[in-house]
Design a protein around this ligand. Structure first.
Ligand code: AMP
Ligand code: GLY
Length: 425
């Protein structure tokens, strides 16, 4: 079987790594991939938003299944395009991906189907005055969200009314997020610990994966600006069995049924970003894909053949499959370029990955790397996802940090407190 994976980050490296273990797979291509992925797959230089280029490649190479990593091609309709040509592809349609691509769609959907989430109101760019009035009436803290995809930057958690008003001015007035600024969602601030539940969904049947938790802020103790994610671990003990059951019954099932009932059946991976409030778990966000870096800790624990699961999703046979997981916990520490998520320099030589992987049950997933003069160098904000399994969480954390200590590049930055929340429990 020939598989094409679309994307180039740590998430896609983890997907390729998991696919590579399948005896059904003869060859994996990745567009555009990265040097780490290049050790397992053939990287092809096609960008993730070049849908026609990807389609032409898939036809020419007679790809059996295409697996989509990032949200951009999904929201552009790559699944609609491939399915229209009779090709097998893993991911939601453009319409179903709206759960991630449009905050206003997601909020209206949750309201319609009584799915627990933060209370909100929505305003168009002609309604700036009403939006400001609403903020005044609600007070702070309050959360302002631009409507479209804004690379994780479209959410402002405002501590003061003034901060909230200027966020509305920036989004609706100055349009700092471009087309994502036609609408804003203003929502209630929710207080609680966050966790992620990734789920396989085939349109009707859904199977939750093992739980995980991301670390969004750049510095220890959740300080500093938000990033794409600085580390993750799985399982997340905050998602105790009864809470997980509540998420499945009150969030996952109603979401899948709701999407089916409005004619946008959801197929692929559904990412539930959950916050544990005193009133129970609520949805902070949906994503229409695997999370990054959550995938690195979830797929390293997957025992079932990922190809079988993907085929079951595509063929709507998820009810006929049992998904099994490794009981050992996994931890991923993201090594980033100093300065990220602000300005940083590329081109720093990376050493020590082989030594780190010799520790056993350690995989170093590449995110922002490149080859320059035959040397592996940094090429992005998040550079590596150093991932380890352990007999218990303590062992996994210690091994992951030991691995990190063996890897070097100039101005490397990582958090020292990944999984600390789990130990605090
Ligand atoms: P989102 O892109 O919607 O996931 O938002 C990014 C981050 O902003 C989340 O992971 C939360 O940490 C925070 N956030 C979003 N919405 C809320 C909310 N209603 N209350 C508190 N924090 C929030
Ligand atoms: N880790 C957050 C995300 O994938 O959106």
């Amino acid at each position: 079987m020939k598989i094409l994976v679309v994307g180039s980050g740590g998430r896609e490296h983890a997907i390729v790594w998991a696919l590579k273990k399948s005896p059904k797979v003869d060859k994996i291509y990745c567009a555009p991939g990265n040097p780490g992925i290049g050790e397992l797959a053939e990287c092809v230089n096609i960008k993730v938003d070049n849908l026609q280029g990807l389609l032409d490649f898939a036809k020419k190479e007679q790809i059996d299944i295409t697996v989509v990593g990032p949200e951009i091609p999904l929201s552009l309709g790559i699944v609609n395009l491939f399915e229209g040509e009779g090709l097998k592809i893993f991911g939601p349609s453009r319409e179903a991906a709206l759960l991630e691509a449009s905050k206003s769609f997601a909020k209206e959907f949750m309201r319609k189907f009584s799915i627990p989430t933060a209370k909100y109101e929505m305003f168009y760019d002609s309604q700036k005055a009403e939006a400001i009035k609403y903020i005044m009436s609600q007070g702070a803290p309050i959360v302002i969200k631009a409507d479209g995809l804004a690379a994780g930057k479209g959410v402002i958690v405002a501590k003061t009314v003034q901060e909230a008003v200027s966020a509305v001015e920036d989004i609706l007035g100055s349009k700092i997020f471009g087309s994502a600024g036609g609408k804003v969602v203003i929502e209630e601030f929710l207080d609680g610990e966050e966790a992620t539940l990734l789920c396989f969904v085939d349109g009707i049947t859904s199977i939750p994966m093992v739980s995980s938790q991301d670390h969004k802020r750049v510095f220890d103790n959740d300080e500093g600006p938000n990033t794409g994610g600085m580390g993750a671990y799985s399982p997340a003990p905050v998602l105790k069995k009864d809470i997980e059951n509540a998420i499945i019954n009150k969030i996952l099932y109603p979401t899948v049924l709701g999407m089916h009932s409005i004619g946008k059946p959801y197929k692929g991976v559904l990412y539930l970003g959950i916050i544990m409030t005193k009133d129970g778990p609520k949805v902070i966000e949906y994503n229409a894909r695997f999370g990054d870096p959550e995938t690195q800790v979830v797929l390293t624990r997957l025992k079932t053949d990922l190809v079988d699961i993907i085929l079951a999703v595509i063929e709507r046979k998820l009810d006929q499959i049992e998904v099994e997981w490794e009981s050992k916990p996994a931890v991923c520490i993201v090594m980033a370029s100093g300065g990220y998520p602000g300005k940083y320099e590329n081109g720093k030589e990376i050493t020590g990955i082989k030594e780190a992987e010799k520790l056993g049950e350690v995989v170093v997933f590449h995110a922002g790397t490149d080859i320059n003069n035959n040397k592996l160098v940094t090429n992005g904000g998040r550079v590596l996802g150093v991932t380890a399994l352990g007999n218990d969480l303590r062992q996994a954390v210690d091994k992951a940090y030991k691995a990190v200590s063996l890897i070097n590049f100039e101005k490397a930055h990582y958090r020292n407190d990944i999984a600390k929340k789990a130990f605090n429990r």
